[in-house]
Write a protein that binds this ligand. Structure first.
Ligand code: GAL
Length: 424
């Protein structure tokens, strides 16, 4: 009897030890992390899953908090409300200027320790390190470099009609006309404001060149918006939009990619995440579609760099958050993730021969010191959420209002994009 009580006692003791161990494990910071992002298309989802599996190998469990919506419009709103409610995610896809605003109010964990240990200073591209460095602190883990000035074209349709990929707007006009004559939609289009802004900034870069682009977007010289080259860019934007026909249509960006895939559309101007999407659907850049720079932007790289910020929270997850930064910037995750996402690695010490032909062009241009690397406004690299949204709205109005006036739109843009008060 005594023996069985003892046995029972030790069983209970053992059981409670196990429970304690489970409880301790559950409390151990960093086993499971909440990740907020807006990657929900096929390629985006796979790229996120790839990061999750890299993190799993390091003992970190990814709890997904994806908020659908291209360009992150909805995700940023949800993120803000979670922070206001005192429930920030551990990791957030927070990019560009928004990041610095949040760092100013101490919502973002500095990653100086991991950056130093992993020698980010020497392994990252200087433009990337600059973007994630603010007031002397490294404030985010960079994931990949997207190229916005990408023109995708359908190789089968181009071969069928006997067209060469257009390098100039004159060649583009001929290609558009021939596609139309063959009953094919020349250019995928959506009137979603962020997509309009994405096309506009690449056209602007082509018309204005990198110096004026920097004046307009980075240095925000208000008066420069009245330059005739801006007028030409707006007129070109309207011409591109009119190729899509009369009725305005706001469609998710994957629909345009789908048309390109199905041979119903000849071309698409979009960040190279669209290439990632085509590849996720089984298309091949050597066989099915090609990528070239948008006319006028050869040798220029209009970039948007995705980053993960580690948010400060009462849960005190610093150790695991640093681990995440280390893993996602590490060479293995960098190659695996970027090959799916459509972007290129943020590290300059990887072997670029593992990249597909589109990524290779992007990589070569970005890493060439002679290239012009300019930040995307539509994807938050150059201005905050409010300015970006106001610009996108002004462009949307210009295109969707039949009476939309070019000069008036230039004036409106000049008012929205002003020199920051501090720098005046
Ligand atoms: C961008 C983001 C990309 C891609 C795209 C479409 O802002 O940097 O990673 O997801 O939006 O949603």
């Amino acid at each position: 009897m005594k023996a069985s009580i003892r046995a029972w006692g030790s069983l209970v003791f053992g059981f409670s030890l196990a429970l304690t161990a489970i409880a301790v494990m559950a409390q151990t910071p960093g086993t499971s992390v909440d990740v907020l992002h807006w990657w929900t298309s096929s390629s985006e989802r796979r790229a996120a899953d790839q990061l999750a599996s890299q993190l799993a190998l390091a003992g970190v469990q990814w709890k997904d908090a994806a908020i659908p919506g291209g360009g992150g419009m909805a995700a940023v709103k949800v993120l803000k409300s979670r922070v206001l409610m005192g429930d920030p995610p551990d990791v957030a896809q927070l990019i560009g200027t928004t990041l610095t605003d949040w760092a100013d109010i101490k919502l973002v964990l500095p990653l100086n320790g991991v950056a130093q240990r992993q020698r980010w200073q020497s392994v990252l591209f200087p433009t990337v390190l600059d973007l994630v460095t603010y007031k002397g602190d490294v404030i985010a883990a960079p994931l990949g470099i997207h190229r916005i000035n990408t023109l995708l074209y359908n190789r089968r349709l181009f071969a069928h009609i006997g067209l060469a990929p257009p390098r100039t707007w004159a060649q583009f006009e001929v290609a558009a006309q021939k596609l139309q004559q063959a009953g094919i939609r020349p250019l995928a289009w959506s009137d979603e404001p962020w997509q309009i802004a994405t096309v506009f900034e690449t056209v602007l870069l082509g018309e204005a060149g990198p110096t004026l682009y920097q004046d307009l977007i980075v240095r925000r010289h208000s008066a420069a918006w009245l330059d005739p080259r801006v007028e030409r860019a707006l007129q070109r934007l309207r011409w591109l939009r009119n190729l899509a026909g009369e009725n305005p249509q706001e469609r998710v960006w994957t629909e345009g990619a789908r048309e390109l895939m199905n041979d119903t559309t000849g071309m698409m101007i979009m960040g190279d995440w669209a290439k990632g999407e085509l590849m996720a659907w089984g298309a091949n850049p050597a066989r099915d579609f090609g990528c070239i720079e948008v006319p006028g932007t050869s040798g220029m790289h209009l970039y948007s760099i995705d980053t993960f910020a580690m948010l400060v929270s009462p849960r005190q997850r610093e150790a695991v958050q640093e681990k995440i930064a280390e893993v996602v910037v590490g060479p293995v995750a960098q190659i695996a993730y970027n090959r799916i996402k459509g972007s290129v690695p943020v590290r300059r010490d990887i072997d670029p021969s593992v990249l597909d032909s589109c990524a290779r062009q992007s990589w070569d241009t970005f890493s060439n010191p002679a290239s012009a690397r300019v930040p995307s406004l539509a994807h938050r690299m150059a201005a905050d959420e409010n300015i970006k949204d106001a610009v996108a709205q002004a462009l949307w109005r210009y295109l969707t209002d039949p009476k939309g006036d070019t000069l008036e739109t230039q004036r409106r843009l000049a008012t929205i994009i002003r020199t920051p008060v501090m720098e005046r």
